[in-house]
Design a protein around this ligand. Structure first.
Ligand code: ZN
Length: 293
């Protein structure tokens, strides 16, 4: 894959996942079948993508959805109709956010007490016994070799996986099929940017995200994500320089084109930038007010 041209901020992430439709199940490659988690919403788009990976009689499930009734039936159908009647032999998670770990119990109820692999984060792992996956670990199933890439930022336990045979990168919530990801209050934007830079250096040809459709030009998309964050940095610094000190007023200044119900999410995003600036010593905080140092 040739090196991407840097994205121009003007064309950054104008699309949104709201209202996007995807089929409930589909084969995306020789080794990968996608099954939708049946949890559509403003922050999950068409819902969480869960992936059946492998070519053999026993395959791996990457992410388990949110635990929505009906998903488990769909998963059984996908195994029968799109996977030659294969069975699951384990569950692997990109991270422990509820729309990824929430389906574990329902899946186990149908498929037996499958082992659960992820980067351990006891506070988020819901008491499940976890088989630890660390950065660089290889997770193998028949026909497929997954390399774990630790990508903290959106969540501390976040792993991406490279499917080596197909140069596919499963990005979890690091990179989405449309729109941008939110760095929650317990996330870290600085770590997230470092993780994006790490993904940008990988030899990959396609991204299979945890939300939304296939991304065919991964390096361009990651460059867009980096440019988008740089643009937000500039906008926030400009707002602070103009004397805007409160998060909600920065949101009103910067996000002029999103519906009001997304303002809270936008506020979470703005604060992730402010917290990074704070760490870098570029702003200080006084109650609800942020000011340049
Ligand atoms: Zn998440």
């Amino acid at each position: 894959m040739s090196a991407p041209e840097p994205a121009k901020p003007a064309r950054v992430v104008t699309s949104s996942m709201i209202g996007m439709n995807m089929p409930d199940m589909a084969r995306w490659s020789e080794r990968v079948v996608v099954v939708l988690g049946q949890n559509p919403g403003p922050f999950t788009g068409p819902g969480t993508n869960t992936y059946i990976v492998g070519t053999g009689k026993r395959r791996l499930l990457l992410d388990s959805g949110q635990g929505i009734e009906g998903y488990d039936d769909l998963l059984v159908r996908a195994l029968a109709e799109l996977c030659d009647g294969a069975e699951l032999d384990r569950i692997v998670l990109t991270h422990a956010h509820p729309d990824h770990i929430g389906g574990v119990e329902r899946v186990r109820a149908r498929h037996g007490d499958l082992p659960l692999g992820k980067m351990p984060l006891p506070a988020s792992d819901r008491g499940f016994e976890v088989r630890a996956i660390a950065d660089g670990d290889i997770v193998e199933t028949e026909g497929a070799t997954l390399e774990a890439i630790w990508t903290p930022g959106h969540a501390r336990d976040h792993l991406c996986f490279v499917l080596r045979e197909e140069k596919v990168l499963f990005t979890g919530d690091m990179v989405l099929g449309a729109g941008t990801t939110v760095i929650p209050p317990d996330g870290d934007l600085g770590d997230y940017l470092d993780s994006l830079a790490r993904l940008q250096a990988l030899d990959i040809e396609r991204i299979f995200p945890a939300h939304g459709p296939i991304i065919e030009d991964p390096h361009r998309k990651i460059a867009e994500y980096l440019a988008h964050r740089a643009l937000r940095d500039e906008q926030i610094l400009a707002g602070l320089a103009a004397g805007v000190t409160r998060t909600e007023n920065l949101v009103l200044r910067i996000y002029t084109d999103i519906p009001e119900f997304l303002h809270r999410a936008a506020g979470v995003s703005v604060e992730s930038h402010l917290r990074r600036f704070h760490k870098l010593g570029r702003v200080h905080r006084d109650g609800d007010h942020w000011r340049l140092t």
